[in-house]
Design a protein around this ligand. Structure first.
Ligand SMILES: [Zn+2]
Length: 391
């Protein structure tokens, strides 16, 4: 007899796998061993699995990756506790987008990224101080330093992804946002990494802001509802300069937040087949209370706007993984990948969602996280009547 006592550490049984990166979809079991995906297939054997989770009637997807979050708790006004949110929402990886600048990124790495169970990466703010308050982080022009910013990115190669800059009116006092962008691009060039640009609330049209962006740079808040800096023209059509940028390889991220996601803009964009590359939350101390809450809610809004479940999952898993260059290991369920897995119930009914303009969207479906597996272990599980903690 073959010894099957250690075949798998964990077996997710009977769920519907949605793994867009590998073109896999269907009723499949997912087996995990040593923190990695060991097998995906029909009717994998229960014998020899140390633990079995029944996923029948549920969707089994890669652990979600939130490309835009703020987790520098205790230092940044915007910081929330990553580990309070990630496990119960299926998010195993978060990207902190510029909460830390080049004077205090070290602290983010030591006191947040290191101790957190959530996997966290960061963009370094062009401003030395990052986002300690809600006030303009570049109002003091001494805080703007492309070289210092680039050096900081290079000093922390394990966790940094690139440079972040916010281009809203007044962020740098009276300084022209075109010049702020120029400095941010200089920092990104110096460290050889991508730039993430916040485009909402600015006073400069995208005709001026998008052409300098390069392949791999990320535009966040792409569906914001401000008239200036919108991706739409007055008739609600996608601007040619936006299409040009996409063709060049510039990436577009949702970054919902408290002020930067309007259903009416998203509807126009989706109608013209201008889908986001990544669906992210921009979750922070304010937006977490309303109207963002979390990734499953944000993804569900896109279901309500008419995107398919597969397209939505793709934009919350493998697409952000590609954007930040971790896609060989994360964002998919291929054999050998890191075993980050989320189990969702897709509830049917009438669900109410809001954007930043208080528009109500009634959606027919809602993703509800039921279990999260990180690095091959059950990280979080919904309590349900009739089940013991150990089954
Ligand atoms: Zn943000």
């Amino acid at each position: 007899m073959t010894d099957v006592s250690e075949r798998y550490d964990l077996l997710l049984k009977g769920g519907t796998v949605v793994d867009p990166a590998n073109g896999r979809r269907g009723l499949l079991d997912v087996a995990v061993k040593g923190g990695r995906v060991a097998a995906v297939g029909r009717d994998l054997p229960v014998e020899g699995s140390a633990r079995v989770l029944d996923a029948s009637g549920r969707f089994v997807v890669p652990g979600l990756i939130d490309l835009h979050a703020h987790v520098y708790i205790g230092v940044s006004f915007f910081g929330i506790e990553a580990d309070d949110l990630g496990p119960r929402t299926g998010v195993t990886t978060m990207v902190d987008t510029g909460s830390a600048g080049w004077t205090n990124y070290e602290g983010l790495e030591r006191f947040v990224i290191g101790p957190s169970e959530t996997r966290i990466f960061g963009y370094v703010n062009l401003s030395g101080v990052g986002l300690p308050t809600r006030r303009g982080e570049l109002v003091h022009h001494d805080y703007l330093d492309a070289r210092e910013c680039a050096e900081c990115v290079l000093r922390h190669p394990e966790t940094t992804l690139g440079v972040k800059v916010r281009l809203y009116e007044g962020v740098a006092g009276s300084m022209d946002l075109r010049d702020v962008l120029k400095a941010a691009l200089e920092a990104a060039e110096l460290c050889g990494k991508p730039l993430m640009v916040h485009i909402s609330g600015g006073n400069v049209p995208l005709e001026d802001l998008l052409p300098p962006l390069r392949t791999g740079d990320v535009v966040t808040h792409c569906y914001h509802g401000f008239p200036v800096g919108s991706i739409l023209d007055r008739e609600g059509r996608i601007l040619p300069v936006v299409r040009d940028a996409r063709e060049r390889g510039v990436l577009f991220d949702v970054g919902h937040g408290s002020g930067s996601f309007a259903f009416r803009v998203a509807r126009c964009a989706l109608e013209e087949d201008f889908l986001p590359d990544a669906i992210s939350t921009d979750v922070h101390t304010l937006s977490i209370k309303y109207p963002v809450y979390d990734m499953p809610t944000t993804l569900s809004k896109f279901l309500g706007l008419g995107l398919s479940l597969d397209k939505v999952i793709e934009r919350g898993t493998i697409e952000p993984a590609r954007i930040i260059g971790i896609d060989s290991d994360l964002g998919h369920l291929g054999v050998g990948a890191t075993a980050d897995v989320a189990v969702f119930e897709l509830e049917e009914g009438r669900f109410s969602f809001f954007d930043v303009e208080d528009e109500e969207l009634i959606g027919p479906q809602r993703l509800v996280c039921k279990a999260t597996i990180k690095d091959g272990r059950v990280w979080w599980r919904a309590g349900e009547t009739g089940q013991s903690a150990e089954d």
